[in-house]
Design a protein around this ligand. Structure first.
Ligand SMILES: Nc1ncnc2c1ncn2[C@@H]1O[C@H](COP(=O)(O)OP(=O)(O)OP(=O)(O)O)[C@@H](O)[C@H]1O
Ligand SMILES: [Mg+2]
Length: 396
């Protein structure tokens, strides 16, 4: 049964869930986040009673808008966009066999899933603009992008079933039957970009891990598409190495890792691996990247009394410490602060409001460490100052 479209029901959840079918994906491609609501002058807004339905509706639409906030085309997103676009172009008419794919490896919540979906969406929007005839209703449906979010302990058959469901192909029958239908459907639907999100679910320790890995290789060989994978600690996964020690990985965006020293798998010969790491402030360029992201999110706030660029100019370092350089932490902190600023009537994202928000366990723990380090350092420098002999004492 087809899910009702948003315009068919006012009571549907207005947010987007992870796409599981090509219809979900098309919704994502066409989805436009709520625009900033038009605000009446502040004195008129203040004159409205808090329970006034008009004010409640206005606040609700501002909350909806802030809950989506903007997605930032960070330098890392742009870098991977150009890598993927180039791969797609280089692979399009390549001879059958292993086409080069890309694995994006990074710790949790650095924005891997968001990034691949932003890039996949833009790629499809470009195709819709350049080749509208391909999307015209016909016997088969044109699905240039397939996005599969893997589930834990995924088996080869489950991977094929997920693609089959996505492409509206029958899921009955043996693995071989479903595999066969999936390969035919991928070609018939014109799929060019096949995205596997959360590839680390191909767990080494699970008996199906190796088999799923071999299945990815099988798909890479037998479909004409470019495969992009994301995951956590992929270097340690059976996709790239059959085990053995690997060198430490520098935490930075866009840095290729040193090769693992375990025996290579066949997928290792088909995929390049690049890292996506939290933002760091180790150089002027990195600081500019971070400040740029803060600026693009701050600029999107829809509040009456927020001092323009106050976060960008005064609080960028605090925001980095507070979120450990994580785009997820920053996005969440600003979304919640904006909602709280409206509820409390301060109408500005201030240091006080940001301090009062409790972020994820991981972000709060990392921030607690920064605060502890800072207080130890300032205690140290205070005691140094106290011990410093005065000029007279020094001469004595
Ligand atoms: N480019 C971006 N601009 C603004 N916010 C972003 C961006 N990328 C990610 N985020 C924020 O970070 C959140 C987490 O991102 P995402 O789920 O993509 O991370 P992930 O690396 O896939 O995490 P996990 O490893 O846990 O799956 C998003 O819901 C969004 O709020
Ligand atoms: Mg993810």
């Amino acid at each position: 049964m087809m899910a009702p479209r948003p315009e068919e029901s006012e009571s549907l959840h207005p947010g987007l869930a992870e796409p599981r079918t090509h219809e979900d994906w098309f919704d994502y491609v066409f989805y436009e986040p709520p625009p900033p609501p038009h605000l009446p002058p502040y004195d008129i807004y203040l004159a409205m009673d808090k329970e006034d339905p008009e004010r409640r509706r206005l606040d609700h639409s501002r909350n909806q808008y802030h809950s989506a906030l903007v997605l930032a085309w960070t330098p890392a997103v742009r870098h991977f966009e150009s890598e993927i676009t180039e791969l797609l172009a280089a692979n399009e008419m390549a001879p059958p066999g292993a086409r080069l794919g890309l694995l994006i490896d990074g710790p949790p919540t650095v924005g891997k899933s968001t990034l691949v979906k932003m890039i996949g969406r833009k790629f499809e929007q470009g195709l819709r603009r350049d080749f509208p005839e391909r999307f015209a209703p016909r016997l088969g449906v044109y699905v240039p992008v397939v996005y599969i979010s893997l589930t834990d302990q995924v088996t080869p058959k489950q991977i094929s079933l997920a693609i089959a469901r996505y492409l509206s192909v029958s899921t009955s029958g043996t693995k071989d039957t479903v595999d066969d239908r999936v390969l035919t459907a991928i070609t018939a639907c014109g799929t060019q970009l096949l995205i596997f999100d959360d590839l680390h679910f191909l767990d080494c320790s699970h008996k199906e891990g190796r088999a799923s890995n071999d299945h990815i290789k099988f798909l890479a060989n037998h479909t004409p598409c470019t495969i992009i994978g994301t995951g956590v600690d992929l270097e340690e996964s059976p996709l790239l190495s059959e085990g053995g020690p690997s060198g430490p990985v520098k935490s930075n965006t866009r840095v290729k890792s040193p090769p693992s020293s375990g025996p290579r798998t066949q997928t290792a010969g088909r995929f390049s691996r690049q890292e996506l790491a939290p933002f760091t402030l180790d150089s002027k360029t990195e600081i500019l990247w971070w400040v740029g992201v803060v600026h693009s999110l701050e600029n999107a706030l829809c509040l009456y009394r927020h001092e323009k660029n106050s976060l960008t100019r005064r609080h960028w370092r605090y925001l980095h410490a507070r979120t450990n350089g994580s785009i997820a932490g920053l996005h969440a902190l600003l979304r919640r602060s904006a909602v709280r600023a409206i509820a409390q009537g301060t109408e500005a994202v201030t240091r006080e409001i940001m301090d009062s928000i409790v972020l994820s366990y991981a972000h709060e723990r990392a921030y607690a460490k920064v605060v502890e380090l800072q207080s130890r350092q300032s205690a140290k420098s205070r005691s140094k100052l106290n011990k410093k002999p005065s000029a007279a004492e020094g001469n004595a």
